[in-house]
Design a protein around this ligand. Structure first.
Ligand SMILES: [Fe+2]
Ligand SMILES: [Fe+2]
Length: 421
């Protein structure tokens, strides 16, 4: 475990340095949302909505895993950063749905509310199984977006093509992080790791399956378009992963004796390099890390450029668009208005949200005597029965006083009326 911890921490540092230097992007300014095609098909929008819905379970993906791995500095910090990167994926997809005019701000809110009702639970209870699961999931997601892009390209939607391309890079980097972790684990516990991997493959299903309204119909649309279905899962996800890990379809290691000896020598060398430290100002710094990440002056000037204050105050925007629909906060930040579509676009999720429970308004009045009786029975069965009994007696007394005074007032009123007539 200590060796794995060392590995995770090292991988985290490399990952963060690379991400900060090369992979940071801005979901508000790097996607040309205005170039979303207002004539794109509703099938395209349904696919985007399904993927966006999966990404919307981020609060569960992050919080539940974080509890499991909180003691690992490398894994937990990676996970937090991974969560930040994933958050931009749903923002971008949602932004496209709004900009293309496929969904209104009201529909976005309704989908969000529907998705938040059910929680996603961890499908496996061991951290290593969760790493295997996330690895599979990341590669599946990568192919989902790549395949979706072919449809976006056919429909000439530059905004979606750009978004999907940037997101796919993130997904590929995520897959690699998890795949490297699985490989490292295989070095220290090959049998156990392969066992976990097989278990995950045998029980794999995409997140959101039981939470997203209308998931079956949405999955059918994805399969029909050839974006993702059982065939793509085997061809693009399961087989390549087994190949990457040098396993055959029965999860047996494919390796010659020579390769095994080479791997063992490399593992030993890596271990020796990882423990070699040099002293810098009293800190034991790993020798292998020295001088790896040079000072990046371009990045600094970029940051300083971004920090320049913007002059003037932006005018206050009205709450709705001229057609009366609610403004999108996302598109306001991007600085564009949604396209107006010639045909309405159908949301699978919104069509499958179960009918809301009827509220109290309009509900038939219950028998009040029965209500009072049940209240009394409940009170008598409570810890503070005596107190409740006294309270009820007091209410009865007050009601009696009100009733008597009402009767007296009625009588006086009638007398007065008779005197006038
Ligand atoms: Fe993602
Ligand atoms: Fe990802």
């Amino acid at each position: 475990m200590a060796r794995m911890e060392d590995f995770f921490y090292r991988e985290l540092m490399k990952y963060l340095a690379l991400a900060e230097q090369k992979r940071r992007w801005n979901p508000f300014t790097d996607i040309p949302y205005a170039q979303a095609n207002p004539e794109s098909s509703q099938t395209l929008a349904q696919c985007v909505e399904t993927f966006c819905a999966v990404e919307m379970y981020l609060p569960d993906f992050t919080s539940k895993m974080l509890h499991m791995i909180r003691r690992s500095r490398g894994r937990s910090w990676f996970h937090i950063n991974w969560g930040y990167e994933e958050s931009k994926h749903s923002l971008t997809l949602e932004g496209w749905l709004l900009a293309s005019g496929h969904r209104t701000e009201e529909q976005r809110e309704a989908v969000q509310a529907a998705l938040s009702t059910l929680e996603w639970e961890l499908p496996y209870d061991h951290p290593r199984q969760m790493v295997c699961y996330t690895m599979v999931q990341e590669l599946a997601t990568f192919w989902n977006y790549r395949n979706l892009e072919t449809i976006a390209a056919k429909e000439k939607d530059l905004a979606l093509i750009t978004g999907l391309r940037i997101i796919s890079v993130d997904e590929r980097v995520h897959y690699n992080f998890f795949r490297n972790t699985v490989k490292e684990w295989m070095k220290w516990d090959e049998e156990g790791t392969i066992h976990d991997l097989k278990y995950v493959f045998d029980h794999f299903s995409m997140p959101g399956r039981t939470q997203i309204p209308g998931y079956d119909e949405a999955a059918m649309v994805l399969a029909k378009t050839g974006i993702y279905g059982p065939r793509e899962y085997i061809k693009l996800v399961k087989n390549p992963i087994l190949e990457d890990l040098k396993l055959d379809k029965d999860f047996h290691r494919i390796e010659s004796e020579e390769e095994r000896a080479q791997a063992e020598a490399a593992r030993k060398a890596a271990l020796e390099a990882s423990v070699e430290r040099i002293d810098i100002n009293g800190h034991a710094v790993p020798k292998s890390e020295i001088g790896k990440h040079p000072f990046n002056s371009h990045a600094v000037s970029q940051v300083l450029e971004n920090l320049k204050p913007t002059r003037g105050r932006k005018p206050e925007l009205p709450a709705t668009y001229p057609n009366g629909l609610k403004r999108s906060a996302f598109l306001d930040v991007v600085g564009i208005e949604p396209h107006v579509r010639s045909e309405p676009s159908r949301s699978i999720i919104l069509d499958h949200i179960p009918d809301k429970l009827a509220g109290s308004r309009g509900m038939e009045l219950m028998d009040n005597t029965l209500n009072q009786r049940l209240l009394a029975i409940g009170d008598e069965l409570s810890n503070n029965a005596e107190e409740m009994r006294e309270e009820r007696a007091q209410i009865r007394q007050e009601r009696e006083v009100t009733r008597k005074s009402r009767v007296k007032n009625d009588r006086l009123f009638r007398k007065h009326e008779e005197g006038n007539s």
